[in-house]
Design a protein around this ligand. Structure first.
Ligand code: ADP
Ligand code: MG
Length: 726
């Protein structure tokens, strides 16, 4: 029997999983996290206070405190049933890494449970198999992980055991960052410093600013049995073949529709597991495409939010398996159907309790809001290419800039109300009778009414949208570690805030009053970054044309987009603020290029295999059946026209088979040529320009065959089955 039919039968009879016992989230929330509150019970008052100060001020923890914390952590973890511990870190592969060590140790031949301050503070995984972009030769493979005391340790439960995970950075012995977290932490500190300085122009009480992040996660679910029959999903995370289903998302009936029972079972368990780990998941719903879903946590301090987002991806994967699903986190698992993003809701909050992107209630606060708001827009305008680079991956290329919307153009949406306000700040309307008594008008700014969080004023097509009190960077890919994008955003905004402050100071030194000087700079920023603002439909062809006229970039493929990482401007930005050395920046660039061409190479090989071993043989089987029919009909002297249809199909199949085969030959030839390049940059470009375009050619013929060949012979699960069967 065709394995596809067997799988479909299996799905039909799959029982739902048993419901979980009802538990209130508040009872289990963070039960597997070594929170400050837990620590209080395990540490002396003094040590606790010292540790808390370190966490609050981002200072490093001294050895004595570390020793106490290690003891406390061990006691807590062992009580909870953990047997092992690991430094949990985020290497540049995009996944997370862990190397487990047991608490178990022998002391004079006697087994004991041990976890020392050294083991808490530092570990030495063999680093040679992680990408370093040539920073670390394999013969001196030493790298070490170091405890990040600003993100709490947690216990990861698997069916077979519990492990204490200690969030860590990963650096080489000479100090170069080999991971996502180390530079992210630096960028957060840089943003904080710059933002505090600008805040102090308005409010001397502000001593601390934190970057906040709420990442929404989109994903697809597919039944495990169908997933297992798609080698492309298994090896590349996306379907390389598949004719468009008769019904896709055109009925627009999935978004916010009722959640299917089986999926609900998965979501409830996902939330349960997330809550135990202190991940504040709050929202769950269907997304636009069939079989696409989304979950979103409540925003948190950025470093913790990113750790949580990484854990969440892992949880989604594991919990899906328990429910006989496979979760697809790829940016574009299906052609013709919406892709998935990780929308990064980003803002900054002060220690005085203010969200810096929330318009205020009085003129002073509004001026402060406008200062930050216009600075972010200016930063995006000045660094649009770098921002584009920060989200560039092979997977995201299929979502951005491919044949289907959205394009790879960075623009900013602010909504009609704020658009008007920004325009009026630059060109104040000429009605100023009661100007003297109105502080807004004395400042020359228009009144900012309290913003309505109006759902109609939303733009789902903008890559970077203001949504009332935060910016939403929507172009980030669903499988991405948000660090790349957030690090760049933090940096460009930090840099622009520094420029902002300098510009204000230059003016006040020349005798301009502070408020007036601030307003001058705001006006200048709004005016000079006008072209990056776009309120219309970002998915339309007109926008692509209009953006080109405005001189905005539209860089469709990753290798070219990544070049912005090594431009002179970027080098200056990152080295001046000491986030990366030049060597680190180039190493990262190299790693990203490598990751790109390796992924395209794998796709190309899987495509070849599927074409040769599935698509061509299935088609020939059907062709053979048609030919046998023709022969049999001719044998009994049927008139020729009675088997003309069969003949026509044989010819059609033949021509598509030729198309597939020619495409595969061309692709393999181009792949060999691409592989002959030594330099990562040249190789990546060759893959992008000569290998990747063959996919579409091969696919067009293969997908046509799927529509002709008898269903019986088609062994690869079809789109309609993968998207609608559950
Ligand atoms: P919507 O964007 O549909 O209005 P929400 O307001 O719930 O939805 O926000 C979506 C995400 O943005 C959530 O993760 C939410 O916690 C987060 N968010 C809200 N305020 C902020 C903020 N000040 N900084 C960062 N993220 C935020
Ligand atoms: Mg969304």
């Amino acid at each position: 029997m065709n394995p596809r039919f067997k799988a479909l039968e299996l799905i039909q009879t799959r029982p739902l999983t048993e419901p979980l016992d009802a538990v209130r989230s508040k009872e289990i929330f963070a039960s597997n996290v070594f929170t400050l509150k837990v620590m209080k019970n395990y540490l002396s008052k003094e040590v606790y206070q010292q540790l808390k100060d370190c966490v609050d001020h981002g200072a490093s923890v001294n050895r004595t405190i570390a020793g106490q914390v290690a003891g406390a952590m061990k006691a807590w973890a062992i009580e909870k049933g953990a047997t092992h511990f690991t430094h949990w870190f985020q290497p540049l592969t995009g996944l997370t890494a862990e190397k487990h060590d047991a608490f178990f140790e022998l002391h004079d031949g006697e087994p004991i449970e041990k976890f020392s301050e050294n083991e808490l503070v530092q570990q030495e995984p063999d680093a040679s198999s992680f990408p370093s972009g040539g920073l670390r030769n394999t013969f001196e493979a030493r790298g070490y992980t170091a405890w990040d005391s600003s993100s709490p340790a947690f216990i990861f439960e698997s069916r077979y055991g519990k492990t204490l995970c200690i969030p860590s950075v990963f650096v080489s012995y000479t100090g170069e960052a080999l991971d996502h977290k180390a530079p992210l932490l630096k960028s957060i500190a840089t943003l904080e410093k710059a933002a505090v300085e600008v805040c102090q122009l308005f409010d001397k009480n502000v001593k601390k600013v934190i970057a906040t992040l709420g990442p929404e996660q989109e994903y697809f679910l597919i039944d495990r049995a169908l997933f297992d029959l798609r080698p492309d999903l298994l090896l590349t995370g996306r379907t390389l073949f598949g004719a468009a289903p008769a019904r896709g998302q055109q009925l627009e009936d999935h978004y916010f529709g009722s959640i299917p029972e089986r999926v609900m079972g998965f979501m409830v368990e996902l939330e349960r597991e997330a809550h135990k780990l202190g991940i504040p998941l709050k929202t769950r719903h269907n997304e636009v495409a069939p079989a696409q879903f989304e979950c979103a946590p409540i925003f948190e301090e950025m470093n913790v939010a990113i750790d949580h987002a990484q854990i969440l991806m892992d949880l989604i994967d594991r919990v899906a398996r328990k429910h006989s699903f496979h979760a697809l986190l790829h940016e574009k698992p299906y052609a013709h159907i919406n892709g998935s993003g990780k929308h990064n809701n980003w803002s900054m909050a002060t220690d005085t309790g203010k969200n810096l992107l929330s318009p205020g209630k009085n003129p002073q606060e509004n001026l402060m809001f406008l200062a930050f708001f216009s600075t972010v827009i200016k930063a995006v305008f000045e660094n649009a290419d770098l921002l584009r680079a920060s989200i560039a991956t092979a997977g995201n290329d299929y979502r951005l800039g491919a044949n289907e919307a959205p394009p790879a153009i960075i623009s900013v949406f602010v909504g009609s109300q704020l658009s008007r306000i920004l325009d009026e700040v630059v060109n104040p309307p000429r009605t100023r009778n009661k100007a003297e008594s109105d502080p807004y008008m004395r400042l020359g700014i228009v009144k900012i009414p309290e913003l309505q969080r109006d759902t109609t004023d939303r733009n789902r097509t903008s890559p970077f949208a203001f949504t009332g009190n935060k910016f939403e960077f929507r172009a980030v890919g669903s499988s991405a570690n948000s660090s790349n994008a957030m690090l760049v955003l933090n940096m460009i905004v930090a840099n622009q805030l520094t420029e902002f402050k300098k510009a204000v100071l230059r003016k006040t030194q020349r005798g301009r009053k502070k408020e007036a000087a601030i307003l001058d700079v705001i006006k200048d920023y709004i005016d000079s970054s006008k072209v990056i603002r776009f309120e219309g439909n970002g998915y339309s062809d007109e926008w692509v044309e209009e953006a080109a006229k405005r001189g905005l970039s539209n860089i469709k493929q990753t290798p070219l987009a990544l070049a912005a990482y090594v431009s002179e401007k970027t080098e200056a930005l990152f080295t001046n603020h000491r986030i990366f050395t030049r060597a680190e920046l180039h190493a990262r660039y190299e790693i990203m290029l490598e990751s790109y061409f390796k992924k395209v190479a794998i796709e190309s090989k899987v495509m070849e295999e599927l074409a040769m071993n599935h698509i061509i043989p299935s088609s020939i089987k059907y062709q053979k059946e048609l030919l046998e029919t023709i022969e049999a009909m001719a044998d009994v002297d049927m008139p020729e026209e009675s088997y003309a249809a069969q003949k026509e199909l044989v010819i059609q199949i033949g021509s598509h088979l030729k198309g597939v085969l020619e495409g595969v030959k061309k692709m393999t030839k181009n792949r060999d040529a691409a592989d002959s390049h030594e330099e990562a940059q040249a190789k990546a470009v060759a893959y992008a320009e000569t290998v990747q375009p063959c996919f579409e050619e091969i696919r067009t013929h293969a997908d046509s065959l799927e529509l002709i060949v008898s269903d019986e012979y088609w062994s690869l699960p079809k789109y309609r089955e993968m998207l609608f069967k559950r």
